[in-house]
Design a protein around this ligand. Structure first.
Ligand code: GLN
Length: 555
């Protein structure tokens, strides 16, 4: 039977509860304890798939096609396990299931209530993931902060599970924030005390309190929290703000979080070992060079909207020992201001995924700039479609080329609706979602990057490369380099005569790990690094243009 660790948050949101949860997973896994992680999100949406990125940030897609909270991305990157839809539970899903049962008459005439019907459904989901994954420990993170009205059924379900299981089989970790008052230069514990009181009023006494703070948490403060919140002093753990999220497992390990958890839960564990992870962080912190990648999207003011892309670029940078600086470029600005100004001096251009027409022409400008100036380009999903449209317009001369997503009457619909999508009206969960096999075309850059015959990558789209234009585009130098096993869908396309111009219909960023960069990202950054070193050499002799054009051996 699995053991459960429940992670709740107090005081304020956005203090890194998701990363803390992911980091704890990593610590336990490094001690040979198998782990899975689940997120309980108290909002009423069934999933975040239909939410605006302004509300929610990125939608992370699991291999089995669930559209989930971005915290699942942190979990996968830290524990390196493929999670499934069982890892993402929302109030919307819970009510949907309860009401469906009610309609079928499964409650035999009973009155349906928050307790026990809603809480039973929550408990069933928590227990299901333990059974399905056979993990020794399931870490369950509750979204939001303790005290939120929507979160109450989840806390009640947790209270019941804690009562039903043996005491050593569950653990409660409360992540709080300790504010600093500048005028008196003091760190304050009162909000934490209140938050713990709130948690207790839901019937949950925390076992460990994890204090996020921007200033040092002294022994005296720990003693105070220990006394007021009835938690052993060694179980008051401090987590200062770090430069990189990848440092968090190391800091928490040094703070003995793993030891406390293992001790309190009576787990059998190997001695501490984060050597590999430390090495990785070491490489991240000591790059030998740096380069700049323009990330073009319409939500760039909110970096969380492209979180996995940002992390995948960092991972690729670690592999090449370079710091990848991101220049966030708003696609609409590219429509209003000179492109050459906004993209000047970048070593690579990445065009982001997206839906809808806003900013499309700006993204096309970015693709054109990359192609004409021979700057490495990586197109993700919509970014791949953009690359195809731009090529059709400016290389093939098909001026009306477009995606039917933006113009149903496009004279040259080089991107068109997937046949399976015709007639679908519901917005939620109806795209082509999750992992699909992709066959790599021998001799292409994509095949060389992966070094295998086929791969499984994750998708989230409704539109596709229109096969009616495949031959024409290939003859002009834009070829399909990854195909669905039946050869029908173009999953990767690339420009033959360019240092690196490639786009994938899938989202390579979801499978990138800090210690295992995704191959397309890795090659993209490799190409950017080559351009940079060529430029650095060329700039000395004032030959920037010639180097960028490939004339001075940019490779
Ligand atoms: N809007 C495009 C489609 O649905 C691209 C989607 C995406 O970038 N995820 O095909």
């Amino acid at each position: 039977m699995p053991k459960y660790i429940f992670v709740t948050g107090g005081v304020v949101s956005s203090v890194g509860k998701g990363i803390t949860t992911a980091a704890l997973g990593r610590i336990l896994k490094s001690r040979d304890i198998s782990v899975s992680i689940q997120k309980l999100d108290p909002y009423l949406n069934v999933d975040p798939g239909t939410m605006s990125p302004y509300q929610h940030g990125e939608v992370f897609v699991t291999s089995d096609g669930a559209e989930t909270d971005l915290d699942l991305g942190h979990y996968e990157r830290f524990i390196d396990e493929e999670l499934t839809k069982a890892s993402s539970v929302t109030t919307g899903q819970i009510y949907q299931a309860v009401i469906a049962k009610e309609r079928k008459g499964e409650f035999l005439g009973g009155t349906i209530q928050a307790i026990p019907h809603v809480t039973n459904e929550i408990k069933a989901r928590v227990r299901a993931i333990g059974r399905e994954t056979e993990a020794q420990v399931v870490i369950v993170e509750v979204g939001g902060t303790v005290g939120d009205i929507e979160g109450q059924p989840f806390l009640e379900a947790i209270r019941q599970i804690r009562r039903e299981e043996r005491p050593e089989d569950t653990l409660s970790i409360h992540v709080t924030f300790l504010p600093h008052v500048g005028s008196t230069n003091e760190i304050k514990t009162k909000p934490t005390q209140h938050s713990v009181r709130e948690l207790r009023s839901a019937g949950i006494q925390p076992d460990i309190i994890l204090c996020r703070a921007d200033h040092e948490v002294t022994a005296e403060i720990r003693r105070k929290i220990s006394l007021f919140c009835d938690v052993h002093e060694s179980c008051v753990i401090s987590l200062p703000t770090m430069d990189s999220i990848y440092q968090v497992p190391i800091v928490l390990q040094d703070e003995n979080l793993g030891d406390r958890v293992i001790e309190l839960m009576g787990l059998d564990a190997k001695p501490r070992d984060l050597a590999g992870w430390r090495e990785l962080v070491e490489r991240l912190e000591h790059p030998v060079g740096e380069l700049t990648v323009a990330v073009v999207g319409k939500y760039v003011e909110l970096h969380d909207a492209y979180l996995s892309i940002k992390e995948a670029l960092i991972h690729a940078g670690i592999a090449h020992q370079v710091r990848v600086n991101i220049r966030w470029v708003h696609s609409e600005r590219l429509e209003q201001e000179p492109v050459g100004g906004l993209l000047e001096g970048v070593d690579g251009i990445l065009v982001c995924p997206g839906f809808g027409e806003r900013g499309i022409e700006g993204k096309l400008e970015a693709a054109r700039y990359a192609r004409e100036n021979r700057i490495p380009y990586l197109g993700v999903c919509l970014g791949m479609q953009i690359m195809v449209i731009e090529y059709a317009r400016h290389v093939l001369g098909l001026l009306g080329a477009n995606s039917t997503e933006f113009n149903v009457q496009a004279p040259h619909p080089v991107i068109s609706l997937l046949s399976e999508q015709r007639g679908i009206e519901d917005k939620g969960g109806t795209m082509r979602l999750g992992g699909y096999r992709c066959r790599l075309v021998p001799g292409t850059r994509a095949a060389a990057a992966y070094g295998v015959d086929d791969v499984i990558e994750r998708h989230r789209h409704r539109y596709e490369f229109n096969n009616a234009y495949r031959e024409q585009l290939a003859a002009a130098g834009l070829i399909a380099s990854g195909l669905s096993p039946d050869g029908e869908l173009v999953e990767i396309a690339e420009v033959v005569d360019h240092p690196f111009m490639l786009g994938s219909q899938f989202h390579p960023e979801f499978r990138s790990r800090p210690d295992r960069p995704q191959p397309l990202f890795r090659e993209f950054i490799g190409a950017a690094k080559s351009l940079r070193s060529g430029l650095d050499a060329g700039i000395l002799s004032g030959e920037r243009e010639r180097v960028a054009a490939g004339g001075a051996g940019g490779a």
